[in-house]
Design a protein around this ligand. Structure first.
Ligand code: AMP
Ligand code: ZN
Length: 463
């Protein structure tokens, strides 16, 4: 079956062809560990996790590298402002290393909560200063970089084409639309590869240009090349990385070895909050921790994110989370019902299952179309006959969804006497005694419980 992915480089959906049959090599731009990862950051991590899982579903082995940015990412994504790590260290009265350790741990806690797989290779920028320095030296040797009194810059005018992912009109920008910081820069779009450290700068290393520190983009080029080679299969990140970080990674790689580092460039769209941006001033920056504190299983957020294709904007609302929470409970309940079911499946049932399985596969292979894939998951979950084969298919789907479908819902919260009434009501409905069934429903309501009848089950919830 064809496996198609949208490639930002060609702006089209392409049939995926790996470089080698031995495994698919992926590089993902990871977090800058200067503050908590938000649910927006996590949306990008969920998209990357789905990509891994779908590749595996298609039988591919994976070699996936993700960096941890702990130096060089300035407050603007360009060459302006303070290093984000230093700003945080100053504000929190800690050392940059303490900041990095603290937020890296929280980031991985979030991944665990969301059942997101850890990439095979996790690499920290500050552990790769040597590789980055070598990379910059090579760019100078190849004639793509030059020194000013403040930094080593990449000279974009030396490239045959810049940019390649976007259509920014570099020529017109030369008229001065972009604010210039360093007057010694040859071209407005030249970017810093290495920055000379001011006197009191906390993070700095010895280099041929004195005490200095790396720019943000060089870390991904150096670590990508070290762990995945000069050219690998897929490069991922959030959509905001396209115009600066990813353009500049491509520029660096072309300057270093003449190649675009990845064949497929994939970008996840943004998460919005109530239709707008997440921002501190609006008080709407949410973390996975906030979802947990409201009593939800964090995986609910993962299921919520499947309601939207990764290339579309997703709007976060607490109503949406509440609906996803009920869906997760329903999905897990129906998995258990099938697992314990003893109904015989007919030929027609089996045909239905096979078709749903094929449709699910087609949907995930169509550029990771999770909303469509979920419709086939529900088709299978809702099958009236309860049978272990259905549970097995749901578990297979869960190798992609990663929502822990086999997690047993804690039923203890519903007291025994309530469950007794529920059982009596089930019996009444089986006997088509609807009057008694309604009376028992009222009784449940009086005791603070609602009951919802779906085609396959009765869902009891506290009011
Ligand atoms: P950062 O830690 O800021 O370097 O961002 C890490 C990743 O999260 C990048 O790939 C960003 O594109 C992504 N990201 C940041 N904010 C959002 C958001 N609101 N929605 C989706 N992805 C985001
Ligand atoms: Zn990167």
């Amino acid at each position: 079956m064809d496996f198609k992915l949208y490639n930002t480089l060609t702006k089209s959906k392409e049939i995926f062809k790996p470089i080698s049959e031995n495994g698919v090599r992926i590089y993902s731009c990871g977090p800058t560990v200067y503050k908590n990862a938000t649910i927006g950051n996590m949306r990008t991590n969920i998209f990357q996790d789905i990509l891994r899982r779908v590749l595996r579903y298609n039988g591919y082995q994976i070699q996936h590298a993700m960096n941890i940015t702990d130096v060089g990412h300035l407050v603007s994504d360009g060459d302006e402002g303070e290093d984000k790590m230093l700003k945080s260290a100053r504000e929190e009265h800690k050392s940059p290393m303490q900041i990095a350790e603290y937020y890296t741990k929280l980031f991985f806690d979030d991944l665990k909560d969301l059942n997101i797989e850890t990439p095979e290779i996790v690499c920290k920028a500050t552990d790769h200063i040597k590789e980055m320095l070598e990379y910059v030296k090579k760019l100078i040797e190849n004639g793509y970089a030059y020194e000013t009194s403040t930094a080593i810059y990449f000279d974009v005018s030396k490239l045959d084409r810049y940019p390649v992912l976007t259509n920014i009109d570099v020529e017109n920008q030369k008229a001065g639309a972009r604010v210039e910081v360093d007057q010694e820069k040859r071209n407005p779009y030249d970017f810093a590869l290495w920055i000379k450290a001011p006197e009191n700068h906390l993070m700095k290393w010895d280099s041929p240009w004195g005490l200095s520190y790396p720019g943000w983009h060089i870390e991904c080029s150096a670590m990508g090349q070290k762990y995945l080679g000069e050219q690998f299969d897929i490069h991922t990140g959030g959509i905001d990385l396209i115009p600066t970080h990813h353009e500049n990674e491509i520029a660096q790689s072309k300057g270093s070895c003449g190649k675009i580092p990845a064949n497929y460039w994939m970008h996840g769209e943004y998460l919005l909050i109530n239709g707008g941006k997440m921002s501190k001033s609006l008080g709407n920056v949410y973390l996975i921790k906030d979802i947990k504190e409201k009593g939800y299983d964090p995986i609910v957020y993962k299921l919520f994110s499947y309601s939207c294709h990764y290339r579309n904007k997703l709007n976060f609302t607490w109503e949406g989370i509440d609906a996803a929470s009920k869906s997760l409970e329903r999905l897990r309940t129906s998995y258990q019902n099938h697992l314990n079911g003893k109904d015989e499946l007919t030929k027609a049932d089996r045909e239905k299952l096979n078709l749903a399985e094929e449709n699910f596969h087609k949907a995930i292979n169509d550029d990771l179309n999770m909303p469509l894939a979920m419709s086939f998951v529900w088709e299978v979950a809702r099958l009236e006959k309860k049978n272990v084969e259905v549970a097995k298919l749901l578990a297979k789907f869960d190798s992609v969804l990663g929502v822990k479908i086999d997690k047993i819902i804690d039923k203890e919260e519903i007291p025994e006497e309530i469950m007794e009434i529920v059982e009596q009501r089930k019996e009444a409905r089986k006997n088509r005694d609807f009057q008694k069934s309604d009376e028992l429903r009222d009784e449940l309501l009086k005791r603070g419980y609602t009951v919802k009848d779906t085609k396959e089950e009765m869902i009891v919830e506290k009011c």
